[in-house]
Design a protein around this ligand. Sequence first.
Ligand code: COA
Ligand code: AMP
Length: 628
Amino acid sequence: MGYAQVYGQWQQDPEGFWMGAAGGIDWVKKPTKALDDSRAPLFEWFTDAQVNTCWNAVDRHVIAGRGKQPAIIHDSPVTGTKHVITYAELQERVSRLAGALKAKGIAKGDRVIIYMPMVPEALEAMLACARLGAIHSVVFGGFAANELAVRIDDCTPKAIIAASCGIEPSRTVHYKPLLDAAIDQATHKPDFCVIFQREQEVARLTPGRDVAWHEFQYGVTPADCTPVAGNHPAYILYTSGTTGAPKGVVRPTAGHLVALNWTMRAIYNCGAGDVFWAASDVGWVVGHSYICYAPLIAGCTTVVYEGKPVGTPDAAAFWRVINEHKVRSFFTAPTALRAIKRDDPEGKLVPKLPTLQALYLAGERADPDTIHWAQRHLKVPVIDHWWQTETGYAIAANPLGIEHLPVKIGSPSVAMPGFDVQVLDEGGHPVSPGTLGAIAIKLPLPPGTLPTLWNAEERFKKSYLNHFPGYYETGDAGYIDADGYLYIMARTDDVINVAGHRLSTGAMEEVLASHKDVAECAVIGVADELKGQSPLGFLCLNKGTNRPHDEVVKECVQLVRDQIGPVADFKRAVVVDRLPKTRSGKILRGTMVKIADSQPWKMPATIDDPAILDEITEALKSLGLARS
Ligand code: COA
Ligand code: AMP
């Protein structure tokens, strides 16, 4: 069956389609019904089922006789170590960790924050929570204490599991002081913290609160899998929105299992025994879905890579990992390939890659140069696919396991079953092919996508459902061509994408505005050859502030690093007298972006004072931007 038939099958009978896909999962109690629309426009899937995620990702493979198969390969050039964990070992390690958490009171529905680098223990912590029906929330290591504190207060965890440190090529990331500062800052306090001590840095434990990873597991009774309802939250993952407060995306258990399992064959063409590698981080949705859950649910071997595309030690690192571990499907962000291409433009470091079947790209727009480079040197299909933290898996892709459709460079191909993607005008009416508009998805969204935001149902409706009734608003703008191929062109909100990381300019503005000398500010994302976009701040200082501008800029850069974290990559800001605004006071960020990127732009009809744009242009020129 080709793509058109599979998609058609879903269109004709969406519930039947997903009930069929549910056959790939081991149920404690099978669902009798796929969709629960009793609270439309809020939807849930497989509500009356009973199931356990960890069972499906670990135990069932051991029972099926694959206990000796590697489940996780940890390849860590930053520590110079490699380590294989089989499914049988994983079962043993996870059930013991779950037993220790249970002994300290963690039970179904409790939240547990996980703050760890790319070590197998991060996946084990996620799976141990899943085993108990506890809801984990993984926080990316590149975030600062303040961001961690915000998440602690929002999801009120009973426990936090952290590592003593992370290793970046240029420095050690001291997780423990960040954790301590976050707990000090947060109003909510966890009952206890579990610290995984790494030999690169052993952290001092806080008596009465912290326990060490190995010691607290000593002598415990391993825990069995706790069945949970199909709509039980598997995890919360915070992502950037328009304001500084991150949105807690809720992932429902059963839909997550069914949909991820389906994607492993249909999109990535992988099954039990295959080696799958997503070079991302467990702190991002790609890491949740395709480093941890999907490959394990499908019985694959997953690679956990603790390194960078370049510099650990060179631009051949990815190819070494692929060949050494016999990777079949490989997933990364375009920015990583751009970094490799920059160091190895001729592809001289790319060897033959006999096991590699395809390269998958997502997280940001894949530019044609990068795709061409990869096609030329890797000699495998390069598949751009489009998705979001909210959906948890691809909305649009080229489904290699169903049919390799013709590739159109610049497009992540076509909508996957489950997603009725439409492009709408401002009034919410579908536009004709080729016309740019807001990309929306007809409700209901398929299994595994977010049913709501944690503790914030109104915000969920306001962010995604209210603008276009009957649709989910993706926040992306683009068009669909006459063949049904999608083109994702830009965000419609204040979210920018820096090195495949989703960041909120609103959050950065909130931090800058807190500087004592800053009266007003704006942050925009300007085009960046390597990272796709790079944040740039405009600062208007309080009247009477006569401190040197470069001093204030330096403090502001440090403030964003301290408050949001190094991952924000906020390195540039300029002081200006005024910001360009509409007559109603809205800052004209879009126009500033076009000027900075040397793109053609029109004077907005609603601008309050056109002369301000001359000042902005001069400021941008001083940074080497706005070249024409
Ligand atoms: N923990 C702590 N700090 C981290 C971190 C982590 N897990 N990940 C990144 N950082 C820090 C970096 O050390 C850097 O700090 P610095 O300002 O002190 O140098 C800062 O955050 C910015 O990091 P990054 O954007 O990664 O830039 P880089 O210059 O170090 O590396 C690339 C550039 C392209 C190699 C890198 O961005 C990359 O590999 N990107 C792929 C992204 C990806 O896989 N995204 C997942 C979405 S699918
Ligand atoms: P995140 O939630 O971090 O996965 O970021 C999701 C956003 O990244 C999307 O809304 C898009 O703006 C962007 N994005 C992800 N994948 C692609 C892609 N293949 N092409 C273009 N943009 C993408």
